[in-house]
Ligand binder design. Structure first.
Ligand code: EPZ
Length: 421
C-alpha cells in the first residue's frame, strides 16, 4: 500500500488547477439512470470513487465510456437490466446509495444495499427512505438491503426534512423528477453539488424551481432526455489547497477557484490573516510572514463552513497564534485526525463535538495515518508546516478524493513524494 512522505518547511509558490467536484460528479452519474438517452459529463475528476461508481452503474446495465483520458464520460442507460446495487460496492462508496431514487423513478423498483456506518459517523438513511415512502414507495428492509417498489408509480408530495441532508435531498429530487404531480422539498440542501445536480436534471428536461434555496418545487415529467454537462470545480479540493499556502507560507493561485464556492472558509481564513484575492483565473491565496491568528469555526450545511474542510482547518489552527474552538455539528465522529495531529506536536483537547486547539510554534514530522479522506489530507497539510519528515500511510483514502495530491503540491514547491511499501 502506498504512503506519502512530506518534508516540511518550504514556502509554496505557483498555481494548482482545481479538478471537477467529486461529490457533484458522483450524483450526476447516478442521475444518468433516469434517461434512456446518454448523459455526457465533462470535467470529470480522475478518482477511484468515480471508477467504483462506474462499476456499479455497469452492473445495472448502463454503459460507461471514458473519453479525453478520463476527463469526460458518456453514460448510456438505454436499458436497465438489473435493479440490484450490491453490498460489495455500496459499502465501499456511500454515494452509491444515491442510485435508489433514480432506479425507483425510472423502473418502479430498486434493491439497494444499506451502506452501513463509516469512520466519521453512523450516517443513517432514514430520511432518504421516508421521503420515498411519502411519494408512495413501498419499502422493506431484508437482509441488509432496501427493497423499494412503486407499482403504481411515484406521486408528488410535500416533504419537509427535519434537518438538512445532502444525500436525502438529492435522492428525493431524482425520484420526484419522473413522479406524477408536484413535489415540494422543504429544508432542502443548498450545497453547490445539489444545485449542480438540479441544473443537469433541468438540462435533461426536468422541471425544478428553487435549486440552491431551501425550498425546491419539482413538477414531474414523463421522461428525461440526454445532455452534456460540465462538472463544477471541487470546492473541497479548492479549500484544501487554499489552506496549503496558509499553513506552509507563500502564494498559490488556485485555477478555476471561485469565492462563492468557499465563502465561509475564505471568511475564516481572512479573519486569520490570510490574503485571498479574486483573479481572472481563480483565487490567489497568500501568507506573507508570521503565524496566522487563531479563529473559531463551527461546521454547518452550505453556505456554512463545510464539515469536509474542518480537518484541514484544524491543521491550520494547530500552527496559529492563540487558541481556537472548532465545533463539528454534522457528523458525530469527525475528529479522528486530532490524535494524529497530536503525534505531530499539536495541542488539541476534544470534548464531544468540540475541539479546542492551541497553536504551537512548530509541528514536528511523525508517522501518521488516518481513517478517512479529509483527515488524511489534513495530515499532509500539517506535514507541509512540520519540521522534518511526515509519513502518511493508508493513502487509498486520499486517492478516493484527490487527484495526484503529490503532483499538485510538488508543482508548487512542496517536498512530497509517494512511496510504495
Ligand atoms: C454528503 O454526504 C457528502 N458526500 C459528504 O462528503 C459531506 O460530508 C456531507 O454531504 C455533508 O456535507 C457526498 O456527497 C457523496 P448528509 P451525505 O446526508 O449526503 C445525517 C466527503 O468527504 N443523516 O448531508 O451522506 C447524517 O448522518 C464526504 O467527500 C441522517 O440522520 O451527508 C449526518 O449526520 C464525507 N439521516 C447529517 O445527516 C439521513 O437519512 C448530514 O449528512 C441522512 C443523513
Amino acid at each position: 500500500m502506498d504512503s506519502i512522505v512530506v518534508t516540511g518547511g518550504r514556502a509554496l509558490a505557483g498555481e494548482i488547477p482545481i479538478a471537477g467536484a467529486k461529490n457533484t460528479c458522483l450524483k450526476l452519474m447516478c442521475a444518468a439512470i433516469l434517461s434512456e438517452e446518454p448523459l455526457t459529463l465533462t470535467n470529470v475528476p480522475r478518482l477511484s470513487d468515480v471508477s467504483t461508481l462506474s462499476q456499479l452503474l455497469e452492473s445495472l446495465g448502463c454503459e460507461a465510456a471514458l473519453l479525453q483520458e478520463g476527463r469526460a464520460m458518456v453514460l448510456s442507460a438505454a436499458e436497465i437490466s438489473n435493479r440490484v446495487a450490491h453490498y460489495d460496492i455500496v459499502r465501499k462508496l456511500r454515494a452509491s446509495f444515491n442510485v435508489l431514487g433514480p432506479l425507483l423513478g425510472r423502473c418502479g423498483e430498486a434493491v439497494v444495499s444499506l451502506p452501513g456506518g463509516c469512520a466519521i459517523g453512523a450516517r443513517k438513511v432514514d430520511m432518504h427512505l421516508s421521503s420515498l415512502q411519502a411519494m408512495g414507495a413501498e419499502i422493506e428492509l431484508k437482509e441488509g438491503y432496501v427493497h423499494a417498489t412503486a407499482p403504481r408509480g411515484l406521486k408528488g408530495v410535500e416533504i419537509e426534512f427535519p434537518f438538512v441532508s445532502v444525500g436525502a435531498t438529492e435522492n428525493a429530487m431524482c425520484a420526484a423528477v419522473l413522479a406524477r404531480g408536484t413535489t415540494v422539498l422543504k429544508n432542502a440542501a443548498r450545497e453547490p453539488d445539489t444545485r449542480a445536480l438540479a441544473d443537469c436534471l433541468v438540462a435533461m428536461g426536468a422541471r425544478i424551481e428553487g435549486a440552491g434555496t431551501s425550498q425546491m418545487v419539482i413538477e414531474g415529467v414523463d421522461a428525461l432526455h440526454g445532455t452534456t454537462h460540465r462538472v463544477i470545480p471541487d470546492r473541497i479540493e479548492l479549500g484544501t489547497y487554499m489552506i496549503a499556502p496558509a499553513i506552509a507560507g507563500g502564494e498559490v493561485e488556485l485555477l478555476g477557484g471561485r469565492r462563492e464556492l468557499v465563502a465561509a472558509l475564505a471568511d475564516r481564513m481572512e479573519a486569520a490573516g490570510i490574503e485571498i484575492e479574486d483573479t481572472e483565473r481563480g483565487l490567489k491565496v497568500s501568507r506573507a510572514n508570521g503565524r496566522v491568528t487563531a479563529v473559531d469555526v463551527a461546521t454547518a450545511p452550505f453556505p456554512g463552513f463545510p464539515t469536509d474542510l474542518q480537518a484541514q482547518m484544524m491543521a491550520l489552527m494547530c500552527t496559529a497564534n492563540g487558541t481556537s474552538v472548532l465545533e463539528e455539528t454534522i457528523f458525530e465522529n469527525r475528529f479522528m485526525h486530532a490524535p494524529e495531529l497530536i503525534r505531530m506536536g499539536a495541542s488539541i483537547d476534544v470534548h464531544g463535538g468540540t475541539a479546542t486547539v492551541t497553536g504551537v510554534d512548530r509541528l514536528k514530522g511523525a508517522p501518521v495515518m488516518a481513517t478517512d479522506l479529509r483527515a488524511s489530507v489534513s495530515l499532509i497539510l500539517a506535514g507541509l508546516a512540520a519540521e522534518g519528515e511526515t509519513l502518511v500511510s493508508r493513502v487509498y483514502h486520499l486517492d478516493r478524493g484527490y487527484e495526484h495530491v503529490e503532483q499538485k503540491l510538488g508543482a508548487v514547491g512542496a517536498r512530497i513524494e509517494r512511496v510504495s511499501e
